[in-house]
Design a binder for this molecule. Structure first.
Ligand SMILES: [Zn+2]
Length: 506
């Protein structure tokens, strides 16, 4: 889908992002559940038999549960999600090119209603949540026949820890809709699933989470122009990049509405999480390094998917996080892409089996088959469970320390594996864990607490044979996603450091 670069409306966008950055007026201590168990090494099923005996993790341990996350999961309510979806559908169409100033029909009516709902959520936040309209003029583009104003609704819940307030997590859905033709602004386009479901999930998370405190900042966002070529999300991501916003993760929720697929399979217990392996913004030099040392399965987005699986399945045990090792569905795209292209970790949430009769279709009955994206095909309890999966991971990310920065393997061949990283700056850091897995394992299978250090050596374990990562742990037991070490650039005498190592001699 062609994406044109939007013309910048600096007055609105700069204000918005600067406010995310700087409008932090007061800090309050984060409410964290005290850790009930000491940190312990964890070992789960995996290639332990290949691990040298003295390197095995000795104790099985469970991270302490964060009671705030359990409360958030419990408070998410399918009836609110149903109410939001029916209201969004009632606007007839939310096509990006539809009416902007009618009170009851078109995208403008939806925009204003969503804005007022976010404001209600913000009223419960003691001033920590700020809601803004990010409006810009989209120039003519493939699916935009004339310059059009687009508006993203952005609700920012400020973090409470000074060292973490500028660390941002974004959760998004798109509130625009389409019928068969993306430029038909008049047809009814209920968008009950695509993407009232994602919009409703984001709004419900904002309602529930605005009352709680998190160390880092969370942005709850609904964007326009997705069906026109990812326009709203592109504008947000581009503006964030220009302002050096530290977005540590972005989730898009798009088509999370139905547990029944066009293949007849009903699966209310799975949600697909798409994550790319090779970063969309990988440079040639990084590609050369990756070919030499591996890592095509260890991008920041893939680590994020692993974190979501590990975290959310604990807090929402009825749901399986089905990791899909692709950027998106086959040949298709979504609002996480503009973030990936700008170097931000991002994933997409989507129902397990789609029904194409109910996406991008004029509402009609043909040969006895109902076409159209009608809310009668939504499963509100399922959407609530997907929202819970999102919320558990988001809350865990925003409660945890940042992932360790600049994790590296020092140069040199050895049967031991040395890992170094920069010490985190949060005041409540307890220490770090090395995680590892066999090269064929999808998720981290082992972890070891190594104390509050910034380097560690795994004795007798070669980085040829395992993938390693390092994660930060705070005093309440909250864990960051894993950072995947890169090879430390080699220095050649008298020259600048090379960005990628020459392949070692055999
Ligand atoms: Zn969509």
């Amino acid at each position: 889908m062609p994406i044109s670069t939007p013309r910048t409306n600096y007055s609105v966008s700069t204000c918005l992002l600067l406010s995310i950055f700087f409008a932090i007026v007061s800090f309050a201590p984060a409410q964290q559940e005290p850790s009930k168990t000491a940190q312990s090494d964890q070992s789960s099923a995996g290639p332990a038999n290949r691990t040298p005996p003295r390197q095995r993790s000795t104790k099985r341990g469970t991270s302490p549960r964060n009671a705030q996350i359990s409360r958030i999961v419990a408070e998410i309510n399918p009836r609110n999600i149903e109410r939001t979806i029916l209201r969004l559908v009632s606007f007839g169409t939310r096509n990006t090119l539809s009416e902007q100033n009618e009170p009851n029909r078109g995208i403008g009516a939806a925009r204003d209603w969503i804005y007022s709902e976010f404001q209600k959520a913000a009223a419960e936040s003691d001033g920590r949540m700020v809601v803004e309209k990010q409006t810009f003029e989209q120039p003519k583009a493939a699916r935009v026949p004339q310059p059009t104003m687009l508006t993203n609704i952005v609700a920012t819940l400020k973090g409470t820890q000074p060292e973490s307030v500028n660390r941002v997590y974004v959760v998004s859905g798109h509130y625009d809709s389409m019928c068969t033709s993306p430029t038909d602004a008049r047809c009814d386009a209920p968008g009950g699933n695509d993407d009232a479901s994602g919009t409703a999930a984001v709004l419900e998370m904002a309602r529930v989470m605005a009352k709680y405190k998190f160390e880092a900042t969370i942005v709850f966002m609904t964007v326009a122009g997705e069906e026109q070529g990812l326009l709203g999300s592109t504008y947000f991501a581009e503006t964030a990049k220009k302002n050096n916003l530290d977005i540590e993760a972005m989730f898009t929720n798009d088509i999370i509405g139905s547990s029944l697929g066009g293949n007849g399979v009903r699966d209310p217990h799975s949600v697909r999480v798409f994550s790319e392996g090779v970063p969309s913004n990988e440079t040639q030099a990084e590609a050369t390094t990756r070919r030499s040392v591996g890592g095509e399965n260890d991008s920041a987005s893939r680590q994020l998917a692993r974190f979501i699986k590990e975290t959310s399945e604990r807090y929402v045990p009825s749901m399986k996080v089905w990791m899909i090792y692709r950027r998106d569905r086959y040949g298709r795209g979504g609002d996480h892409q503009p973030f990936l292209e700008r170097g931000y970790a991002a994933v997409r949430f989507t129902e397990p089996n789609e029904d194409y009769r109910h996406q991008h279709q004029n509402v009609r009955v043909e040969n006895g088959i109902q076409y159209g994206d009608l809310p009668q095909f939504d499963d509100f309890k399922y959407i609530a469970n997907v929202a819970r999966v999102n919320a558990a991971a988001l809350a865990a990310l925003a409660s945890a320390p940042a992932r360790p920065k600049t994790a590296v393997f020092p140069a040199g061949q050895s049967n031991d594996t040395q890992i170094k990283w920069d010490a985190n700056k949060e005041s409540d850091i307890a220490g770090y864990e090395i995680v590892w897995r066999d090269t064929t394992e999808p998720v981290w299978t082992h972890s070891r607490a190594v104390g509050n250090v910034s380097e560690y050596t795994m004795k007798g374990m070669s980085k040829d044979n395992y993938f390693f990562g390092v994660r930060a742990v705070d005093k309440s037991g909250n864990r960051s996603p894993a950072s995947y070490p890169r090879p430390l650039p080699r220095r050649r005498t008298g020259t600048a450091p090379t960005e990628s190592p020459a392949p070692p001699p055999n």
